[in-house]
Structures are given as structure tokens and as C-alpha cells.
Design a protein around this ligand. Sequence first.
Ligand code: HEM
Ligand code: HEM
Length: 237
Amino acid sequence: MPATDAERPTAPRVHTHSVRIWDLPTRLFHWLLAASVVGLVVSGNIGGNVMPVHALLGQAVLTLVLFRLVWGFVGGHWSRFTTFLPTPHRLQAYWQSLRRPASHQHVGHNPLGALSIVAMLLILLMQVGSGMISDDEIAFTGPWAVLAPSAWVSWATSYHKTWGKTLLLGLVALHLLAILFHRLRHRHNLVPAMLHGNQEVMPGTPSTHDNLGQRVLALVILLGCGALVRWLVAFGN
Ligand code: HEM
Ligand code: HEM
């Protein structure tokens, strides 16, 4: 079976050239998401007067995740789900390539990374969803807590504070360890591409679409997702 775009091997330092892999909306999504999650963990642990900030950051995360789900269909080539969803064939090919350190450089998300990204997005949605009906039994309740039966509120609060938090922090730790693993084992630093968008690849590797039109489209989608989240939050108020 011929190699897909994402599996095309790239020989380091031989005839490679720099190509835009991560479009600006994907990069902004990533760093805004990472900053918001850090802010949520800190504000959640402080509690008290900081909880309104926690709720706002939670809405920001929901907006960002909804944006990313839409962007997975209309975003640049390497940001689309079709280029990185972890199919069994892609997982198997990647697994075999792991035995050949430095011989195979992956373009875009590798299938194992993609698996952890999908898990992170799902766990984030569950964390926001459970937060929406959580109650700290002091002064703060999520906006939908009044709409839910009390048994759901106590289950959601308990999930939010224990399993949800632990799963999310575990996935983030795994994410960072995987990046370190790539750096040490494959001598490939994935971080710069998530900052400036470009990666050294073999000629013929398609670049992602990252022009003004795409960026305006991303902004419109983001604003639409933000409006939807505001509308959803208003249900309980
Ligand atoms: C709470 C913290 C973080 C979260 C929730 C998070 C989440 C994610 C997500 C969802 C993606 C997929 C991006 C997309 O396609 O839209 C991703 C990719 C990536 N993240 Fe993070 N991230 C976090 C922190 C970091 C940090 C601190 C770094 C840098 C050290 C980092 C480096 C990367 C890189 C390099 C990729 C691309 C990986 C690849 O090439 O396949 N992330 N992250
Ligand atoms: C990805 C999004 C979120 C993350 C990562 C997150 C994280 C956290 C963390 C770490 C705590 C502290 C848990 C502890 O005491 O150990 C917390 C508490 C809490 N969060 Fe969130 N949260 C998120 C979204 C939300 C949202 C959207 C709401 C509602 C607007 C919310 C409402 C609450 C409430 C009410 C508590 C206090 C629970 C208690 O102390 O009984 N969270 N959150």
C-alpha cells in the first residue's frame, strides 16, 4: 500500500525544505487552550472569589474546543481530521516506524499523538460539562446546576474534582512526555512548528492553507462558537 502524505518519510538534512504545517488558527487555538487549562486548574484550586474567572475560562475552553471540532473539517490540510485520525492502518505503520529511530519523521500529528488529542478534547468537554452543573456548596454553582436533579449535581461535582481533573492532568502529562520522547528518541523537536507553523519536510509534501481568507474564516467560526456558548450558558441564568 503506498504511503499516505502523513507517513511519507523525511530524511533529515537531505533536500528538505520548510513548509507551513500548522496554520495560524490551529496554533492560536493550541496556546490559548493550554493557557486556559492552566488558568482553570489554578483558579479551581484557589476557589472562592476566583470562581467567576474559573467559569469564564471554562466558557473559553468550550468555545475553543467547539472551534477546533469545526476547524477539523474546514481548516488547513494538516489540521483536518481526515489527515490525522488514527485509523488501524496508520497506527500499525507508525508503531513499526518507532523501531527505526531517526529514520522516519512524521508530518502533522502522528497517529498515537492524534489518539491522545482526541482523548484530550473529549475529556475537556466532559470537564466543562460536569463543571456546568457543579456546586461547591459555598458560594458558587455552575450555570446549569439549577436545571439538574440534585443527584446529578453531586455526581458531576465529584467527577469534576476527582476523575475529570486527574484524567485531564494525566493526559497533559502524557502529552508533554510524548513531546520529550520525540525529542530524545527521534531527535525531532515538535514545539517550534507549533510556534511558527513551519517544518522541514521532503519536497512534494503539501503545505497547509494559511492565507488571509482562511484566517478570516477561522475568526468567523470562533465568534460563532463563542455566541453559541454564551447562549447555552444563558439557559440556567
Ligand atoms: C494544558 C496544556 C496543554 C494542552 C491542553 C494541550 C493540548 C494540545 C492539543 C489539543 C493539541 C492538538 C493541536 C491541534 O491539532 O489542534 C496539541 C498539540 C501539540 N502541543 Fe499541546 N497542549 C498543552 C501544552 C503544551 C505545551 C506546554 C507544549 C510545549 C512544550 C505543547 C506542545 C504541543 C505540540 C508540539 C503539539 C503538536 C504535536 C504534533 O506535532 O503532533 N503543548 N496540544
Ligand atoms: C476544562 C475546563 C475545566 C477545568 C480543567 C476545571 C478544573 C477544576 C479544578 C482543578 C477544580 C478544583 C477541584 C478540587 O477542588 O480539587 C475545579 C473546581 C470547580 N469547577 Fe472547574 N474546571 C473546568 C470547567 C468548569 C466550568 C465550565 C465550571 C462552571 C462554570 C466549573 C465549575 C467548578 C466548580 C463549581 C468547582 C468547585 C467544586 C467544589 O469545590 O466543590 N469548572 N475545576
